[in-house]
Write a protein that binds this ligand. Structure first.
Ligand code: ADP
Ligand code: MG
Length: 242
């Protein structure tokens, strides 16, 4: 009896998510169909249509690829990583985009290796999501400060922007599926990031002050390679998520 109830609750949540996904994908599909009909009617061959169609298609593509991160089961490569390397790669990856927006990224990591155990590509995805949000928030340019440090058995990655900040009433919606304030946003980046960090036994903390900026802190357990018997890097392990 109780089991049945739990199952129907699960089904309800799945149904809500499915409805959200269907809605988010139907919008760009409907507009694509409209443009195809316009083009097929041979009225005018406007290059603009192709640009819009392309951007609608990439929207569907990014929704689908972000959702794939949530599917299971998957095989992940768990390994020991120095978070400084993952962050360095993230900053390099986003440097061009930052420059285009007149943004300077300052990375401060110290000399000590900051070991964590996890799935490198997923953690990189989290950092990319959060730094990209900071870049997108700072429409007037400025500086993004990134710090990585250890406190006892915890590693903190702090990403500080000087964007417009997040109003109090919007704070609770951050990380909810499809919550976005951007015209071209998916509202999935932070939901996926929360999920990934949660799978790594970590947590994300957001503080924000209107007109001053927003700080995201990603906290992960410190895990030295030697601390685990036989736990060499590159070992393939299955994570079962629920
Ligand atoms: P998306 O970037 O596609 O909108 P996200 O899940 O990454 O989706 O972010 C959800 C929303 O959270 C954004 O649309 C924005 O309103 C808010 N947000 C996230 N990061 C910041 C930030 N650094 N400054 C201001 N608002 C932010
Ligand atoms: Mg985002």
């Amino acid at each position: 009896n109780e089991e049945l109830l739990i199952n129907s609750e699960k089904l309800y949540v799945a149904g809500q998510l499915a409805a959200g996904i269907a809605h988010e994908i139907r919008n760009p599909l409907t507009s694509l169909k409209g443009f195809l009909q316009l083009l097929a009617s041979g009225r005018q061959n406007n290059k603009n249509y192709f640009d819009i169609m392309k951007s609608e298609l990439s929207r569907i593509e990014s929704i689908v690829s972000e959702l794939l991160m949530l599917s299971k089961p998957q095989i992940y490569e768990l390994s020991h990583k120095d978070i400084r390397h993952i962050m360095n790669e993230t900053v390099t990856l986003l440097e061009a985009q930052a420059l285009l927006h007149n943004i300077e990224m300052e990375l401060n990591t110290g000399e000590e290796p900051l070991w964590i155990r996890g799935v490198e590509n997923q953690l990189k995805q989290v950092f990319i999501n959060v730094v990209k949000n900071a870049i997108e928030a700072m429409i007037d340019g400025g500086r993004i400060r990134i710090q990585c440090f250890r406190q006892g058995d915890q590693i903190t990655v702090r990403i500080e922007d000087c964007g417009p900040g997040i109003p109090d009433e919007q704070m609770a919606k951050i990380g909810q599926p499809f919550y976005t304030t951007k015209e071209k946003g998916t509202g999935l980046g932070l939901m996926v990031s929360y999920k990934i960090v949660d799978n790594h036994q970590g947590s994300i903390h957001v503080t924000s002050s209107l007109g001053e900026g927003t700080t995201f802190e990603i906290v992960l357990p410190y895990c030295e390679p030697a601390a685990e018997a036989g736990g060499g890097s590159g070992k393939v392990t299955r994570i079962h998520r629920n």
